[in-house]
Write a protein that binds this ligand. Sequence first.
Ligand SMILES: [Fe+2]
Length: 128
Amino acid sequence: MKELYQTADWKKEKHVPVITISDQIKKDVPVSVKVEIGKEIAHPNTSEHYIGWIELLFLPEGEKFPYMVGHVSFEAHGASTEGPNTSMVYSEPSTSFLLKTGKPGKLLANSYCNIHGLWASEKDIKVA
Ligand SMILES: [Fe+2]
């Protein structure tokens, strides 16, 4: 399974989920975690080629299993009854989660492109 998830430098590869969170996280205070695709290089968003979903998990330090924070589906990719790319309605692959934790650990972001498969990135967080 692990080999199915691709990763790379998000500044050079448009599929990599980018995690943005404030550097100062306080114990038990909700903090916004933004996860987006195409921060540096835009990913296509057409009826034929799009990002289907983003999910975020959190692995507390010293624990074996991660917790699912959330999973967001992007459903509008330009299709309508007139055909592909005719609706002019597109859901962009960007979302935010509000996370509260009393523990430090690792944020794990995954995403799915309908053509180029699964992508992953991670970010360590500390708690003050
Ligand atoms: Fe793609």
